[in-house]
Design a binder for this molecule. Structure first.
Ligand code: TRP
Length: 343
């Protein structure tokens, strides 16, 4: 039977928050522990992060460690999952260069996720070419490991589609079957999308808005953020009837509370009047802390020894290099540019 291989990753532009946890991290840990996969690679995509942070390498560099701590704290296990840093696998850059010859500029410019990002990032007239190019580099990330299964959010669909096109085109052009066409794996569709920032139901958690709850937040920080959450601005006195729609606290309870019945009862009470915001918020603090406490404690422990974390990343990157090198050799063979192979 063919091998089942996972590859996924994150850009290290900030610490990971509970939206990441519920939308992807929790699922990765489940996949890891299912033992259904032959190999699992999780990549810290620093090179991709640099495509729009070229002038701020320190931010990227610092967040490599933060993201690695988040990974370990939620339960990714380096014995089972190879965690590595993208820039430490130069084979990926080399593959990208060859793949770029198979992709037209207009194809890159049509990528809807990249288009949205370009608008959000206010590049103006100066969109870095590396940024428009990053989906090609992402195809290299995926194909270098012959990954079959890519657990990502919906916004990554265009990248997976392009990767499939590149793999197909490469195999056809060079008469090979070196590259594997991956499948996207949508874990819990929409959940992270449904999880808004603390400031309102229409916002998404984002580092720049400081409206997210981070895995690294202390209990006090988390509690303060819950207490600041947007509720129903017309719910002024406890006796007043309150609205659930647009109420961030209930949106979070819907996602995180295990006791769904209790949440439904609270909603009814809130709508009728007589249930205060603070009471609902205190319940959310309790619910969140049940999830976050073990993660926070493990993270604090690991953060005392950053050197150990870097060692783990070095070992993972070494493994990743070996695997990517194998694929690169096959790619160069297929392209007939492996000149010294038989010397
Ligand atoms: N683009 C992904 C993100 O923004 C990160 C990423 C880079 C990735 N390379 C990847 C995800 C390969 C999956 C597979 O989060």
């Amino acid at each position: 039977m063919d091998k089942k291989i996972i590859l996924t990753g994150d850009r290290p532009t900030g610490r990971l928050h509970i939206g990441h946890y519920i939308g992807s991290l929790r699922n990765r840990v489940e996949l890891q522990n299912s033992n259904k996969f032959n190999e699992i690679f999780v990549m810290i995509a620093d090179a991709q992060a640099l495509t729009d942070n070229a002038k701020n390498p320190k931010k990227v560099q610092e967040n490599v460690l933060e993201v690695a701590l988040d990974y370990l704290a939620v339960g990714l296990n380096p014995e089972k999952t190879t965690i590595f840093i993208q820039s430490q696998v130069p084979q990926l850059a080399e593959l990208s260069q060859y793949y770029a010859n198979l992709v037209s500029i207009s194809r890159l410019e049509r990528n809807p996720t990249v288009k949205t990002e370009i608008k959000q990032k206010n590049f103006g007239e100066s969109v870095p070419s590396g940024f428009v190019f990053y989906p090609i580099s992402q195809a290299a990330d995926i194909t270098a490991f012959k990954a079959t299964t890519i657990p990502v959010g919906e916004d990554q669909a265009p990248m997976i589609e392009l990767t499939r096109e590149i793999a197909r085109s490469f195999n056809q052009t060079y008469g090979s079957n070196v590259l594997v066409e991956p499948e996207m794996f949508l874990a819990e569709e929409g959940i992270s999308r449904r999880l808004p920032g603390i400031d309102g139901i229409n916002s998404k958690m984002s580092k720049s808005l400081n409206n997210g709850i981070y895995l690294a937040d202390s209990y006090e920080e988390m509690k303060a953020k819950v207490m600041k959450m947007y509720t129903d601005p017309d719910h002024i006195r406890v006796e007043d009837p309150g609205k659930i729609e647009g109420n961030v606290v209930f949106a979070y309870l819907d996602v995180f509370a295990k006791d769904k019945q209790k949440v439904e009862e609270m909603k009814a009470h809130y709508q009728k009047g007589g249930l205060g915001d603070v009471a609902v918020k205190m319940y959310l603090v309790e619910v969140l802390d049940e999830i976050l406490k073990p993660i926070r404690e493990k993270r604090e422990e690991l953060a005392k020894n950053p050197e150990e974390v870097y060692k783990m990343l070095a070992i993972g990157s070494e493994k990743a290099r070996a695997k990517a090198q194998e694929t690169l050799e096959e790619v160069k063979d297929a392209m007939q540019i492996n000149y010294f192979k038989d010397l």
